[in-house]
Design a protein around this ligand. Structure first.
Ligand code: THU
Length: 134
């Protein structure tokens, strides 16, 4: 199991950049790539996939989470998200990530190679979780 200090941030951002190149975003023109590092060490990629029925579009971060869970993973170290301008994960993606832990590191990057680091808990404070269901 990898500790957070061992997360190769550069590699994770580069994986998200590669995922972003596969985005299908003909309507917004806003390509997003995500790379989610599981505790197993495997990186799961996601990109946004839009649809002519706009609400059916899927964000990159959630695509990565669903891909990872379907691959048998439920414990995650970090996620990198890359957009042209360093946009942050939307509320829906924050909630989906929070399901798997507030400590997950979030790297928010742009295509110039700049990024900042935060956590799911910092992005979504006082969140609703399984604990609230009793
Ligand atoms: N998008 C993401 O993929 N992740 C986010 O966290 C924010 C928004 C996508 C959805 C849509 O395809 C495009 O960016 C514009 O909203």
């Amino acid at each position: 199991m990898k500790a957070k200090t061992e997360v190769d941030r550069q590699a994770l951002v580069e994986a998200a950049v590669a995922a972003r190149e596969r985005a299908y975003a003909p309507y917004s023109g806003y390509a997003v790539g995500a790379a989610l590092l599981a505790e197993s060490g495997t990186i799961y990629a996601g990109c946004n996939v839009e649809n002519a029925v706009y609400p059916l579009s899927m964000c990159a971060e959630r695509a990565a989470v669903f891909q990872a869970v379907c691959g048998g993973e439920q414990r995650f170290e970090a996620i990198a998200v890359v957009t042209e301008n360093g946009g942050t994960p939307c509320g829906s993606c924050r909630q989906v990530l929070r399901e798997f832990g507030e400590e997950i590191v979030v790297l928010i990057a742009d295509t110039d190679g700049h990024w900042r680091e935060t956590t799911v808990g910092d992005l979504l404070p006082d969140s609703f979780s399984a604990a609230d269901l009793g």
